[in-house]
Design a protein around this ligand. Structure first.
Ligand SMILES: *Cc1c(COP(=O)(O)O)cnc(C)c1O
Length: 383
């Protein structure tokens, strides 16, 4: 028997019924269910705009593409970021020829506003903030800082679907927020994501750029032509293309999966918090197992349960021997060639990178599984 890190949970019959509708209607591309998930996500988060995409990586790229275009940012302008993240976060900066500048994390493993402040230069344009594992960290302070300094705040909320900060979606503290519905994230599909801009113009530009720069999408044109009383839209092939955009749109089949996952998001996240509370209880008092504190005032989506230990790689190996398969989120990105730094710019991130591990956390985990994992960890680490 082995206990996996992540196992996505799907409501199979309900999801297949939603997908069946797409097939019966003969509409599996953009439109139809993609419009529905955008509307449901806006209702759920209270955010003004939402655009469904094929991934959160695409969403993050669009955030920087839109801002660069709208605000006339230049190549080499700087975005302050974290080294302790999935590489998508930092690749997105590079896709637009912007320069990632690494600030350090605090004990929540999210960016520390004091370190951000020190990293600001005349070329800083934005901060990208990652709510690691569903932890909002000091997001509110970072939001205030960005406002005071005239910097755009992009929130990488890949781990934050369903998270609440002071009772609201964390996206309320950012200018633009991206969510991931990738298979092992909290609201699983196969691969898809959402981008939520505060500004309507930015949302419209993102829609255009995510559809090759074409100014009106196939579904909108098809609806315009078939709406009762609509004049047959003449010459539908005469659409405009004013940008070299990308093919980043989401499709109705992924949206069908997302609609069902969204129905269960609160319930699933509540179970995640229950599992984490049990880990907390079982691991409390073990000095050699350092737990990561959650931000106050948050109801976390608990994408991850992270602890820090010495000799992490050996501990992971020993857990594997016992059929327990933890993960590491993440290695300090400055160890990778595109992000190599000449100085140790983020010592806390580096220290965490060498010591963190993520314990199994998913819907199929029983309380007994949690006890098995905690007991194995305690036995291996000691103390
Ligand atoms: C998963 C993840 C992404 C990318 O999400 P995709 O939907 O897989 O593209 C971005 N940032 C973080 C922190 C992630 O964990």
């Amino acid at each position: 028997m082995s206990i996996q890190l992540f196992v996505p949970k799907f409501r199979v019959d309900e999801t297949l019924a939603e997908i069946r509708e797409c097939m019966e209607r003969g509409w599996t591309g953009m439109g139809f269910k993609t419009v529905e998930i955008e509307n449901r996500w806006k209702e759920y988060t209270g955010l003004p705009h939402a655009h469904f995409l094929n991934s959160a990586t695409a969403a993050l790229h669009l955030a920087f593409a839109v801002y660069k275009e709208v605000y006339g940012w230049q190549d080499g302008d700087e975005v302050i970021t974290t080294a302790l993240t999935f590489v998508s976060t930092n690749h997105a900066i590079k896709y637009e020829n912007l320069t990632p500048v690494f600030a350090d994390v605090d004990e929540t493993l999210c960016l520390d506003p004091k370190s951000i402040e020190r990293a600001i230069t005349p070329r800083t344009r934005a901060v990208i903030y990652v709510g690691l594992g569903g932890n909002p960290g000091q997001l509110k302070a970072v939001s205030e800082l960005c406002r005071a300094r005239g910097l755009k705040l992009v929130l990488d909320a890949a781990h934050m679907a369903g998270c609440k900060l002071d009772g609201r979606d964390p996206g309320h503290w950012a200018d633009c927020t991206s969510y991931s519905y990738q298979a092992v994230k909290n609201m699983p599909t196969a691969d898809s994501g959402m981008i939520c801009f505060n500004d309507e113009e930015h949302d419209l530009l993102a829609r255009k750029l995510s559809w090759l720069g074409i100014s009106s999408d196939t579904y909108a044109r098809s609806v315009a032509q078939t709406a009762p009383g609509a004049k047959a839209a003449p010459y539908k092939w005469y659409y405009d293309v004013d940008h070299v955009g990308w093919k980043y749109n989401g499709n109705a089949v992924m949206a069908a999966m997302a609609l069902v996952s969204l129905r269960y998001l609160d319930e699933d996240n509540a179970r995640r918090r229950e599992i984490c509370a049990l880990y907390d209880e079982l691991l409390a008092g073990h000095a050699k197992i350092e737990r990561v504190p959650m931000a106050e005032g948050s109801v976390s989506s608990r994408h991850l349960y992270q602890v820090m230990v010495d000799n992490r790689d050996e501990v992971v190996g020993a857990l594997n021997q016992r059929g327990v398969n933890p993960g590491v989120h993440y290695r300090d990105n400055t160890v990778y060639a595109p992000y190599k730094q000449t100085e140790d710019v983020a010592p806390n991130a580096r220290r965490a990178s060498d010591r963190i591990l993520s314990l199994p956390l998913h819907m199929s985990l029983s309380d007994d599984d949690v006890r098995t994992v905690a007991a194995a960890l305690i036995e291996i680490v000691g103390g």
